[in-house]
Design a protein around this ligand. Structure first.
Ligand SMILES: Nc1ncnc2c1ncn2[C@@H]1O[C@H](COP(=O)(O)OP(=O)(O)OP(=O)(O)O)[C@@H](O)[C@H]1O
Length: 764
């Protein structure tokens, strides 16, 4: 146990460190000021210090060299200034809270313990001799996360260092003052973690560096695996681990990795903004964050509408009355499988001989090069050439043909009409430009005609370079109208084909067709496989289909992947089959880490939700006490007033953010309209990018990955959550709660509540 004396000593050290920080900051500041003045001066006098002489070729070269030298000097000063700015920012962060942990470590063979203080960034003393603070990502800092006092070891690049930890101490330091200090024994739990988890939810996620747990540390520091699969129960810190892992990798590979090399797929835009503070809080820039939907939208770059996964979900949940419901469900199932990729591949093989659709190249409503001619040229090429390479040949051929057309167009009457519309400046510019390029052309009119046609053809040429002459959508459409896959197809294949063709004819891709289409497009036009991406993180990985995984592997063949998810929260039921989170033989060369401890919710909530969790995985609560979940019975007429009453009661207990989580968007809108007159409430939909503390109403699929102080399920009756397929939704909704969970039931409660041991909740 730390004594008062210890605390005084520690505060003295904090004061000393802050003094050092102040001193360093001051030194840096004056250096920075000097540099800033240098930069301003250099910019002002740039030309004065350059010798400009353009008389002779040699002089020109000398002038260039002189400019280059001056520019380099300026860049170097600017960069140093930028670096100092970064250092000053880090010092500012350290000044508030220089560190959060201390380890006393006696290395094997040594006599004395070394005191290591651990914080978000490393800090040397003024003389740059001793570490006052170690960066939490330094190899030695892993001691703090992996061990309690006693025997311990850590890995460096060269060796394993063994020894003994004689003291492990945690701190809460704010504004330079120690607010809390705990010594961790072998058996004592993590008090800092207790405190952190007991706080209210915030509208943005926080970093967890002070309290990373051993299992999480394995994920964060994993450097071996090309594919790291993390199956973790709800609230086990998967997203947190992913973000600290990014910060770790950025530190570890600082020289080679920059934020553009790391991509993170998030479940929805709200989630993206929810997590966007973590990396900056750790002193790192945010990496490329997107949703898979947006990624596909960008990849298509055509005027085609893509259904969002949420719209698909809404259909699955509310579209049962549709006559084509079962066919569509079958279609989703079929198109989510890897087998479907094989179907596309078979179709593509046939396209090598015939069937690719092209578009006419037109100009002013005249066909310059017909689609038939393009097709003929395409299929006359050597069959051994791949389809995308043939496209390249076609593109080059078209550009050549266009040049001939351009020559012909030049002589036509419309060109002269356009020449007359040119303003004076364009006129002169065109004249001089062409004179520079081609001295033979002396006739002014000819020059201007040429310029006009060039301008008009520029757009067509650009489109040809982008392979816009290929009608990918029509070729894809034909797969459903003029072709039949070999092998087994779903029973409703005819109907599925008709439905798909119908939506394609409206330039609409359902979510289940979107990835297959992007894959197909890439196989025809050439994939723009993104080699700049070195690390791909996929959060909520249980919601991706086997097809989508196969596609991602195809697009990012050399990228290291970290998949994080929870099979219990697989709300898109058709995708769980063949999901990499489910252990299986086929996935090779991967490492799998399982997280079983749930940190988000109180022990009472975790014990309640575990009883109806869909899977068999072990779920362990973190020992944080709270009140029992409440099941509140209400008549139809009093549902709204009961909901409002429960919200108010939950607020009175000090909970700031309360989410009313509904099954569908339809239900969300109904509830929102019913209560908005009575309380101040915000509705969250697919377009919502951020939220404030307060009362929110939203569908489960948008609450994914996020947490709230209190959660109220407004319709936890068997009418809403009965089917087995509702289980993951219900589980996901309930596990969003940190401190309070209330379920309102009209009539019979959901059978999932019936599966819970009766003394794990309270009935009202
Ligand atoms: N080591 C830790 N220290 C402090 N807080 C933690 C730790 N691990 C997890 N938490 C907290 O637990 C909560 C859940 O973490 P996170 O959202 O990362 O879990 P998750 O596994 O992604 O959850 P889910 O799958 O349910 O969305 C967060 O509030 C997070 O800050």
């Amino acid at each position: 146990m730390a004594t008062n004396r210890d605390r005084e000593d520690e505060q003295k050290r904090v004061n000393y460190v802050i003094e050092e920080i102040n001193q360093k900051a001051e030194d840096l500041y004056s250096k920075s000021k000097g540099l800033k003045e240098d930069v301003i001066h250099l910019r002002k006098t740039f030309w004065e210090d350059v010798t400009v002489n353009l008389d002779e070729p040699d002089d020109v070269i000398e002038t260039q060299a002189s400019i280059k030298q001056q520019a380099e000097l300026l860049t170097e000063r600017e960069q140093s200034h930028g670096k100092i700015d970064e250092q000053l920012k880090t010092l500012k962060r350290l000044k508030d809270s220089p560190y959060f942990g201390r380890i006393d470590f006696i290395e094997s063979g040594e006599q004395d313990a070394e005191q290591l203080y651990i914080g978000i960034s490393s800090l040397m003393d003024r003389d740059e001799e001793n570490f006052l603070v170690y960066d939490w990502r330094a190899p030695i800092s892993s001691l703090y996360y992996d061990y309690s006092p006693g025997k311990a070891a850590y890995e460096t690049a060269e060796e394993t260092v063994t020894g003994e930890i004689s003291l492990k101490r945690q701190f809460i330091i704010r504004q330079g003052l120690i607010k809390g200090m705990f010594d961790t024994g072998i058996t004592i739990g993590d008090e800092l973690l207790q405190q952190a988890l007991g706080n209210n939810a915030s509208s943005t996620m926080k970093s967890i560096v002070a309290t990373i747990q051993k299992e999480q540390n394995k994920i964060i520091r994993n450097e071996r695996s090309n594919l790291l699969i993390v199956q973790g129960v709800a609230g086990s810190g998967k997203t947190s681990a992913a973000l600290q892992r990014i910060a770790y990798l950025m530190y570890r590979y600082r020289e080679e990795l920059n934020p553009e090399n790391v991509v993170m797929f998030s479940p929805n835009p709200l989630f993206s903004s929810y997590i966007s503070n973590v990396l900056p809080e750790l002193g790192e820039a945010n990496v490329r964050q997107t949703t898979f939907l947006n990624y596909l939208r960008d990849a298509i770059s055509e005027k085609i509408t893509i259904e969002s996964p949420f719209e698909q979900m809404e259909y699955v949940l509310t579209g049962k009355a549709d006559a084509n419901y079962s066919a569509r469900m079958e279609s989703m199932d079929y198109k989510s499988s890897v087998d479907f990729m094989q179907v596309l591949d078979n179709y593509i093989v046939e396209l090598e001989d015939e069937g690719i659709r092209f578009k006419n190249i037109t100009f002013q409503d005249r066909i310059l090069i017909s689609k038939e001619a393009i097709s003929k040229y395409f299929y006359s090429l050597d069959p051994a050439i791949s389809i995308p390479n043939k496209m390249e040949h076609v593109s080059k051929w078209l550009l050549k043909e266009l040049r001939i057309h351009q020559e012909e167009e030049k002589e036509k009457d419309w060109v002269m009409e356009q020449v007359e519309l040119l303003d004076k400046e364009d006129y002169l510019q065109a004249y001089y430009q062409d004179q520079d390029q081609d001295e033979d052309i002396t006739m002014e009119e000819d020059i201007l005609r040429k310029e006009i046609v060039k301008r008009f053809f520029a757009r067509i040429k650009k489109q040809v370079k982008q392979y816009k002459f290929v009608n990918v959508l029509a070729t894809f459409y034909k797969m459903y109208t003029d072709w039949h896959p070999v092998g087994s197809v779903p029973a409703n294949w005819k109907l599925i084909s008709n439905l798909t063709a119908e939506s394609l004819s409206k330039r609409y891709l359902t979510w289940e067709d979107a990835t297959p289409y992007v894959y197909f497009r890439g196989r025809i036009l050439g994939d723009n496989s993104d080699r700049s991406v070195r690390h791909l993180f996929i959060d909520e990985a249980q919601d991706y289909s086997a097809f989508q995984y196969a596609f991602l592997k195809h697009i990012f063949p050399y990228t290291r992947m970290t998949l994080l998810g929870d099979i219990n929260q697989a709300i898109y039921t058709q995708v769980t089959k063949e999901n990499p989170l489910v252990p299986q033989k086929e996935v090779r060369n991967y490492e799998r880490i399982t997280l079983t401890k749930s940190y988000r919710s109180t022990k009472q909530i975790v014990e309640f939700t575990s009883d109806f969790a869909p899977g068999e995985e072990l779920i362990e609560p973190f020992e944080r006490e709270g009140s029992l979940p409440k099941v509140v019975q209400a008549d139809h007429s009093e549902i709204t007033s009961m909901l409002v009453h429960q919200v108010e009661k939950t607020q009175e207990k000090g909970n700031e953010t309360i989410a009313i989580i509904c099954k569908t968007l339809k239900e969300t809108e109904e509830i929102y309209n019913a209560i908005k007159e009575n309380i101040s409430v915000t509705m969250i939909d697919e377009e919502t990018y951020s939220f404030q503390k307060g009362i929110l109403v939203l569908p489960t699929y948008l609450a994914k990955g996020i947490e709230f102080d209190g959660v109220i399920i407004p319709n936890a009756s068997d009418q809403f959550y009965r089917a087995e397929s509702d289980r993951t939704l219900f589980y996901t909704a309930c596990t969003r709660a940190m401190h309070e969970l209330i379920l309102i039931v009209e009539g019979e409660p959901s059978p999932f509540i019936g599966e819970v041991d009766e003394n794990k909740y309270e009935v009202q």
